[in-house]
Ligand binder design. Structure first.
Ligand code: ATP
Ligand code: MG
Length: 556
C-alpha cells in the first residue's frame, strides 16, 4: 500500500477488495483513464484521474491513459498533448498510452462477427426515422423494416460503408438487441456511422467510426482492464457494455462500476460550455486561471498536492451533489500555508513618509520567511524614510474600531517600528496622496520597551527599493452558484478579473521564478504567472486568506 497518501476507503475499493479476496482476475487490478481529446481536462477529470491512478498505485496494479478518440471532427492533437501534460503534472504515471483509434481494425472485425451472428444489421432509415422508431421511456420502439436484412447483404453493405461508397448519414450499422427493451440504450443502438472526415491520428484511412458504447467496452477488454470506472450517467449503459462483451470473443470481461461525477458551484464543467467560453473569448484560453481546468488551476497557483487532497476529501460515492468551491479553496489554502514563503506586497500603494527618519538612510530589518517553519529562514528587508503602505490601511476619519492608521493613531509596521500618524496630503481631487508619520526608534523589531500596545500591524515596502508588478485578482467566474447551459453567458461575473497594475513588492520578489508561490502577508496566496513577458512581473492571486487578521489589521 502507498504510505504517503491517505486513501479513504470507498465503495469501489470495497468491491476491489472483495474481488481480490475471491481470487478474481488472477489477483490483478487494471484501470484506465479514458478522456476524449476534445478539450482540456478539468477538476472533474481530476477526480476520475485520482480514482483510477490512485487505485492502480495502491493495489500495485496498472492504469492506462486511453484516448477515446472516435469523434474525428471534434478531436485534436493539441488536446491530446494537454491531457498528457495535465495527468503528469498531477503526479501520475500511466502504464501505457493507448488510443481507441488503434483498435479500429479490431473493432471492425468484431462488428463483422456481430453481423455474422445475426446480431447487427445495416439500417438505411434516416437518423430522424431511427429516433422516431426508437420510442420513448413509456412507449416501446418499433423494428426497423431493415432489421431482418440478409446476413450476406449486411456484410456487403458494411464492407462498402467502409470502402467509402456511401455518403455521411446514408446508413448506419446497428446492434440487433431488443426494440421493446425497457432500457432505451438496448433498442438496437447504432454502433457505426459514416463520417467522411480526417482523423487526427488515423488520417483518412477510415470513413466509418465506431460509437462510444461499442468502442469503450471492447477497448477495456482488449487492454485487460479489470475495473472500468465511469460516471453515473453510464449506469443505464451497463447492460449494453455487458451485452457486447458477451457476444464477442474478447480476452476478458471487465466490470463497469459507476460513481457520481464532481460538480462544483460557481463554475461549469461541461467541455462544450468550457469550449464556448474559450472560443468566444469570454476567458483567455483554456488555461485562464478562472477556469476549473487543470491547466487553469495550475496557472492560478494550485499545487498538484492540493488537487489530490481535494479529491481525497470529496471522496467517491454514488450520490450526486454539488461541492462548494470553498472546499477546493481550503485544500489549496492549507497546502500553501505550509509551503509558501511569506512576502510583503502592497497592492494599492499609498506613500508613507517618516518625518523623523534620517534622509537617505537605509537599514535592513530581519523578517521570518514562514511563521511556523523556522527552517525556511529569514530575509533582510530594506527600510527607509519613504515607504508604501496599503491605501486601505489609512483613513482620514476612521471609526473607533479601525485599528490601522489615521490622524494621531499609532500602529506597528510589521518587522519594523511603531509609527504615529502626524498628517496627510491630498491632491486637487481630494484623494489622499501621502501620509506623514513619526517613528519610535525604541520599538525596532516591533515591540515597545515601555510595554505600550498597539492594536494594528500593517505591511509596507521601501519606496526606493520596491519592485513594481501587476497582480491579477481573480474572483468567481459566475455570479450564480449553478450556471445553466441555456444562460451561462449572461451569468458570468463581470468582475471575475481585477487587474492591479501598480503594485509594489519587496525587492527579493524580482528574482522569483515562474509558478513560484508566496503568501503576501494579509492578502492571500499568489503565484508568478508563467506566461508573463520576462521583463514583467505578473502575479495571479490563487486564493485569499481566510482569517480576519488579513482584513482588519491585527496582531502578528
Ligand atoms: P463532458 O461531458 O464535459 O464532455 P466527458 O465525461 O465526456 O465530459 P471525457 O473526456 O469523456 O469527458 O471524460 C473522461 C473521463 O473523466 C470519463 O471517465 C468521465 O467519466 C470522467 N469525468 C468527466 N467529467 C467528470 C466529472 N465531472 N467528475 C468525475 N469524473 C468525470
Ligand atoms: Mg465523454
Amino acid at each position: 500500500m502507498n504510505d504517503e497518501r491517505s486513501n479513504p476507503a470507498n465503495f469501489i475499493r470495497q468491491i476491489i477488495d472483495a474481488d481480490l479476496a475471491a481470487g478474481e482476475n488472477d489477483g490483478r487490478v487494471a484501470t484506465r483513464f479514458p478522456p476524449e481529446p476534445n478539450g482540456y481536462l478539468h477538476i472533474g477529470h481530476a477526480k476520475s484521474i485520482c480514482l483510477n491512478f490512485g487505485i492502480a498505485q495502491d493495489y500495485h496494479g496498472t492504469c492506462n491513459l486511453r484516448y477515446d478518440d472516435t469523434n474525428p471532427e471534434k478531436e485534436d492533437i493539441e488536446y491530446a498533448d494537454a491531457i498528457r501534460r495535465d495527468v503528469e503534472w498531477l503526479g501520475y504515471h500511466w502504464h501505457e498510452v493507448r488510443y481507441a483509434s488503434d483498435y479500429f481494425e479490431q473493432l471492425y472485425g468484431f462488428a463483422v462477427s456481430l453481423i455474422e451472428q445475426g446480431k447487427a444489421y445495416v439500417d438505411t432509415l434516416s437518423g430522424e426515422q431511427i429516433r422516431e422508431f426508437r420510442g420513448t421511456l413509456t412507449k416501446p420502439g418499433r423494428n426497423s423494416p431493415y432489421r431482418d436484412r440478409e446476413r450476406e447483404e449486411n456484410l456487403d453493405l458494411f464492407r462498402r460503408m467502409r470502402e467509402g461508397e456511401f455518403a455521411d448519414g446514408e446508413m448506419v450499422l446497428r446492434a440487433r438487441i431488443d426494440m421493446a427493451s425497457a432500457n432505451i440504450n438496448m433498442r438496437d443502438p447504432v454502433i457505426y456511422r459514416i463520417r467522411h472526415a480526417e482523423h487526427w491520428r488515423a488520417g483518412d484511412s477510415w470513413c466509418i467510426y465506431p460509437m462510444y458504447d461499442y468502442t469503450h467496452c471492447i477497448s477495456d477488454a482488449l487492454e485487460g482492464i479489470t475495473h472500468s470506472l465511469c460516471t453515473l450517467e453510464f449506469e443505464d449503459h451497463r447492460p449494453l457494455y455487458d451485452w457486447f462483451l458477451d457476444q464477442l470473443d474478447v480476452p476478458c470481461h471487465p466490470q463497469q462500476i459507476e460513481f457520481a461525477r464532481l460538480n462544483l458551484d460557481y463554475t461549469v464543467m461541461s467541455k462544450r460550455l468550457l469550449n464556448r467560453l474559450v472560443t468566444e473569448g469570454h476567458v483567455r484560453g483554456w488555461d485562464d486561471p478562472r477556469l476549473p481546468t487543470i491547466s487553469g488551476l495550475r496557472r492560478r497557483g494550485y499545487t498538484p498536492e492540493s488537487i489530490r487532497d481535494f479529491c481525497d476529501r470529496i471522496g467517491v460515492t454514488k450520490k450526486d451533489g454539488i461541492i462548494k468551491m470553498g472546499v477546493l479553496e481550503n485544500s489549496v489554502r492549507e497546502d500553501l500555508d505550509h509551503r509558501a514563503p511569506r512576502a510583503m506586497a502592497v497592492l494599492k500603494p499609498l506613500k508613507l513618509v517618516i518625518e523623523n527618519y534620517p534622509k537617505h538612510e537605509v537599514e535592513y530589518l530581519s523578517a521570518r520567511n514562514h511563521p511556523k517553519r523556522a527552517e525556511l529562514g529569514t530575509r533582510e528587508l530594506p527600510f527607509g524614510r519613504e515607504l508604501y503602505i496599503e491605501r486601505d490601511d489609512f483613513m482620514e476619519d476612521p471609526p473607533r474600531k479601525f485599528f490601522r492608521l489615521g490622524p494621531g493613531r499609532e500602529v506597528r509596521l510589521r518587522y519594523a517600528y511603531y509609527v504615529t500618524c502626524t498628517g496627510f496630503e491630498k491632491d486637487e481631487d481630494g484623494n489622499v496622496v501621502e501620509v506623514r508619520c513619526r517613528y519610535d526608534p525604541a520599538t525596532k523589531g516591533g515591540d515597545s520597551p515601555d510595554g505600550r500596545k498597539v492594536k494594528g500591524t500593517i505591511h509596507w515596502v521601501s519606496a526606493s527599493h520596491a519592485v513594481t508588478a501587476k497582480v491579477r485578482m481573480y474572483d468567481r467566474l459566475f455570479q450564480v452558484p449553478a450556471p445553466t447551459a441555456a444562460n451561462f453567458l449572461e451569468q458570468l461575473n463581470p468582475h471575475s478579473l481585477d487587474l492591479l497594475v501598480n503594485c509594489r513588492l519587496e525587492p527579493g520578489l524580482a528574482e522569483a521564478e515562474p509558478e513560484q508561490r508566496f503568501q503576501f502577508e494579509r492578502q492571500g496566496y499568489f503565484c508568478i504567472d508563467p506566461d508573463a513577458p520576462p521583463e514583467q512581473l505578473v502575479f495571479n492571486r490563487t486564493v485569499t486568506l481566510r482569517d480576519s487578521w488579513s482584513r482588519r489589521g491585527g496582531k502578528n
